[in-house]
Design a protein around this ligand. Structure first.
Ligand code: GLN
Length: 275
């Protein structure tokens, strides 16, 4: 019997994963590229007729057990950057790029000078913004030491360490500076919600769940957003798909006039507050 090719292994793996993943073929390709130690593009362009590496099978088994691809391969692309991720930080989602689009429209090429990322996690939002605007610097806060360590590592790897001050903290407690851009992807899932096992069994609950109605962290953020924004500034705060009206109402009680920004799928995804 001749060895199975990369091409054949991808077909087999995509079929095996299709029962549990909406992105079965993509998952298989990312895992195979990782097993081969090349980029997905290089694999697709030149390695499909190679023998499939033995290292692929254990990666496939992990994905079949619902472990997220980003944790298996240890990285995920977001906006224009690639981030190291692992258990302990939320995997950056394309939905969150909605915040980057809003910031880009607000500031254009001039960019913000000072940026604050509350709940920095892997560093996705702050580091994407620092990569976008070379003149900017910023502060990232997280309550989790694991997250702060991963974010610092990402900042250093991306050559952004000199412009990113990443600290442990509880939201904006102790911060008295005003920022041009405030980015925040807080937890916003209702504590009783049933999430896919890929999320519920692997990603940090502290980054996902925010009380019975999912709004606990917006209640903590609403009173402080006003004092954190510099004149002309923008706060872009992620929300869940059905939370636009509820978070707007909550913010209005703190004299914050916001607008809802939708994601590419047309769902509520962020509240924008302009100072
Ligand atoms: N968008 C994430 C999910 O649905 C939730 C992220 C968050 O709570 N900030 O899995």
């Amino acid at each position: 019997m001749t060895a199975e090719t990369v091409r054949a292994a991808l077909v087999r793996a995509a079929a095996a994963l299709s029962a549990t993943s909406d992105t079965a073929r993509l998952d298989a390709e990312l895992l195979m590229a990782h097993a081969l130690g090349v980029s997905r593009d290089r694999m697709l362009l030149g390695r499909l007729d190679d023998p499939a590496p033995a290292a692929f099978e254990p990666l496939l088994a992990r994905r079949q057990a619902r472990e997220p691809v980003a944790y298996i391969v240890g990285e995920r692309d977001f906006w224009t950057i690639s981030l190291t991720v692992g258990p302990g930080v939320l995997i950056p989602r394309p939905d969150s790029e909605t915040l980057m689009e809003a910031a880009d429209e607000h500031f254009g090429s001039g960019g913000p000078a000072r940026i604050l990322d509350l709940g920095i996690g892997s560093g996705a939002l702050l580091l994407a913004a620092l990569a976008q605007w070379p003149g900017a610097s910023g502060v990232g806060i997280d309550r989790s030491e694991t997250a702060a360590a991963i974010a610092r590592d990402n900042a250093a790897r991306l050559g952004l360490g000199g412009r990113a001050d990443i600290r442990l903290g509880d939201w904006a407690e102790g911060i008295d500076e005003r920022f041009d851009l405030l980015l925040c992807n807080p937890p916003y899932v209702e504590s009783g919600a049933r999430l896919a096992p890929d999320v519920a069994e692997y990603e940090p609950a502290s980054a996902l769940f925010a009380g019975a109605d999912g709004l606990d962290d917006y209640r903590r953020l609403a009173p402080v957003i006003g004092r954190l924004l510099a004149p002309g500034g923008l706060a872009a705060i992620e929300i869940g798909a059905d939370q636009g009206d509820k978070v707007m109402a909550l913010f209005a009680r703190h004299a914050l006039a916001g607008s809802v920004r939708r994601d590419l799928a047309g769902r509520d995804r962020a509240i924008l507050v302009r100072a």
